[in-house]
Design a protein. Structure first.
Lengths: 221, 221
DNA sequence: TGATAATTTAACCGGTTGGTAAACATTACA
DNA sequence: TGTAATGTTTACCAACCGGTTAAATTATCA
């Protein structure tokens, strides 16, 4: 019996919509801060304001909650990369991508941490997504970047590592938020830190990928 | 009674040295892959090849193992940043720092993941270290970088976000290793990925921080 | 309104987990 | 070699955890 009781009703009810939404919201909160193994159904139940058996009426297992959550979040998480446009101006595209990723780190830090927790611990529950949809999308965009480099529109560089670098630097502000705040100190760690980060990262990537070495006129090695 | 039985012997024995070492090595392995809450004393005991009560003879609690581990690892983890030399050539210093951090990500991924797990989950057990020694060291080095920028030796930029960017991009190869491998594919994900990463990151940071915009001759904004 | 479907809760279960007590085994040293 | 100090193991416990059962409650709608 693979389905939870709520999915075996004659038709999908309003209450089911609402409660499943409520549970996934709570699950995001808990899984993002504790990881899968570190989270308990009771914690999720408390955040959702429901009893544990009630949660299990809507999701048969803890794993099912996690799976549903990942599926829901993964798609929107990849949106910024999908918007990456081969026809656009390379510098503009890269700059926009950085800005969008940074906005997501600011506005959806829990989603970022959910993935970070999962990947960090070996991605046992999202391996398929990594090697499937994610890899395909990155491969596609890597081709675009490589073409830009070949055409001399940006510096010759490994497109995969460029994408990794953008992921790393932007998601850092969500995943390592505590550390960022600790280092910046209470005074400098206000919301302005995202604007400072955006300014720095634009400088770094735009200059860093400009064709030719900056002062020398040739690639710096 | 705050001390484990092994610490209440008349003097520190050879066996104590060896076993504590063995336990911390096993604890690193387990904590790095499962996080604190996700790790069990039994897991650590099995990796260490000892019985659970025997572990608890040397460390009173799971938390004590974790604390001892963090203390031991934190210091060496900050070494690369300490080597950052105010007197040296800025470009050389930054390049060396990136190289060292990347080597650490390659050679000590477990240490990286240990911290990543901890910070990601709100750093409840290392808050003091973040706001104390870490912040002090970063503040000190930020001053150096700021002086370089003021002197026109590198582009004007926020030194804190520069350090964050170096951390993020280098540690990414340890913390998100599974994802990196998945995206690169089995063929391209050999040990060469660290050299590719080093090449890319040098290009990015050296060009990115070079004074003046690369083609324009003025700062790109 | 009443009957039926849908939802919620209380009580419970077996396995796991962090940790303890005490008996047992080993080592070091006089 | 004997013995006291040190180290290890077996057996155990209470709390926690994922999940089930069945009964009670609430919503829906003819």
């Amino acid at each position: 019996m693979a389905l939870p009781r709520a999915a075996r009703t004659q038709r999908r009810t309003r209450i089911q919509e609402e409660k499943e939404e409520l549970i996934l919201e709570a699950a995001l909160e808990v899984f993002a801060t504790n990881g899968f193994r570190g989270s308990t159904i009771d914690q999720i139940a408390e955040v959702a304001g429901m009893s544990k058996p009630n949660l299990l009426y809507y999701f048969r297992t803890k794993e099912a909650m996690h799976r549903a959550l990942i599926e829901r979040v993964l798609d929107s998480w990849l949106d910024p990369l999908r918007e990456f446009d081969a026809e656009g101006n390379p510098v503009t595209e890269i700059r926009s991508y950085i800005r969008r990723k940074l906005e997501m780190a600011r506005d959806f830090p829990r989603e970022s941490r959910l993935f970070a927790n999962e990947v960090l611990q070996g991605a046992p529950r999202i391996e398929d997504a990594l090697m499937g949809p994610l890899k395909s999308l990155v491969d596609e965009k890597a081709k675009v970047i490589r073409a830009w480099a070949k055409a001399g529109k940006i510096a010759k560089c490994d497109p995969y590592h460029l994408i990794f670098a953008i992921w790393a630097t932007t998601q850092h502000y969500a995943d390592f938020d505590v550390q960022v705040r600790a280092v910046l100190g209470t005074d400098r760690a206000g919301e302005g830190r995202f604007e400072d980060a955006a300014r720095f990262l634009e400088l770094l990537f735009v200059n860093g990928l400009a064709v030719g070495g900056p002062a020398t006129g040739g690639p710096a090695v």
